[in-house]
Design a protein around this ligand. Structure first.
Ligand code: SF4
Length: 311
């Protein structure tokens, strides 16, 4: 579509080496009160425009030729790209019409046959809209990893933040992804229950994340975005954010109670005050020991400074 606006790049830390290819802009569930995408207008990019970008990327990577008029971002990204991974934007790009998504994946694979993997953000609703067979069709085209925001395992918290889904749907979506043989990465946001529901949020999130049993799990820390309803609630005194050390205690509770088969769990995202990583259940003891050391010392200098936290 002529008025498609290339979105800002929000991506998981593990996609730092990827080429960022937008198919949508915004998020179909634009009601989460804390999110940058709150109130965003979902835009679907025209297939031909996506193909033109793939062609331009191919021409640049194979012959070093830049097509006049193409968005400069394409070449900034292309010059740093090793040709192995692609991350499809935006907030829940799996909402993109399925036949068109397949057409674009085929085109991408045709132009770049050596791609290792393609990744995408998805909501539980996006996943549940697709059958196991459809999800397998994605896997056949190297779209092998889905990132999904659980945010919280608490149904009341999910309702209060405007997530428009619940824990049961999250678990059902995870089961469908597993049945299709895709890899799932699940994100939880520390601090989302505020001070009053801090412990409840951590325990419920551990419970639901355990039932989802993903290969990857990630903790992010709530970052207040100006202009969002959550920002206004905090200004009015209707939401009480947890302190940095309370967010670490939530992280500790989460790690302590997670019962997963084999999950690489981390707090590597730039929003966190402390980076912890390891494979659960094997590394539970060492991860908790590291957290305890920092929590007991209570020295803020061990934490990422507020100004260095990112979305
Ligand atoms: S579903 Fe995810 S990306 Fe969309 S508004 Fe909610 S938190 Fe943001």
């Amino acid at each position: 579509m002529a008025d498609f606006t290339r979105p800002r790049i929000f991506r998981p830390p593990s996609e730092s080496m990827s080429y960022y290819l937008p198919l949508t802009s915004g998020c179909s569930n634009n009601t989460c009160i804390f999110c940058y995408y709150y109130g965003s207008r979902l835009q679907m990019r025209d297939v031909d425009e996506v193909k033109q970008e793939i062609d331009a990327l191919h021409l640049f990577k194979t012959q070093g030729i830049a097509v006049p008029g193409m968005d400069r971002t394409v070449y900034v990204l292309a010059s740093q790209w090793d040709g192995r991974r692609v991350f499809i934007q935006d907030g829940d790009a799996l909402v993109y019409p399925f036949p068109k998504l397949i057409e674009i994946l085929d085109y991408l694979n045709e132009r770049f046959p050596d791609l290792e993997r393609i990744a995408i953000y998805a909501t539980a609703q996006d996943i549940l809209r697709r059958s196991v067979d459809e999800l397998r069709q994605l896997k056949d085209r190297k779209l092998t990893i889905l990132y999904i925001g659980l945010e919280s395992g608490g149904d009341q918290i999910l309702k209060d933040i405007g997530k428009n889904t619940n824990a049961e749907e999250m678990v059902a979506a995870a089961q469908r992804v597993e049945e299709a043989g895709l890899t799932l990465s699940v994100m939880v946001i520390l601090g989302l229950g505020g001070v009053e529901r801090s412990n409840e949020h951590a325990l419920a999130s551990a419970d639901v994340l355990s039932r989802m049993d993903p290969e990857y799990g990630a903790a992010l820390t709530l970052t207040v975005v100006p202009g969002t309803p959550l920002h206004d609630m905090i200004e009015r005194g209707d939401f009480h954010p947890v302190s940095p050390f309370q967010s670490l205690r939530e992280l500790r509770t989460l790690i302590e109670h997670l019962r997963v088969t084999n999950c690489f769990f981390s707090s590597m995202h730039a929003s966190n005050y402390l980076t912890i990583r390891g494979t659960l259940p094997n590394d539970r003891v060492s991860m908790l020991a590291r957290l305890d050391q920092v929590i007991q010392k209570g020295d803020a200098r061990a934490l990422r400074p507020e100004g260095f936290r990112g979305l």
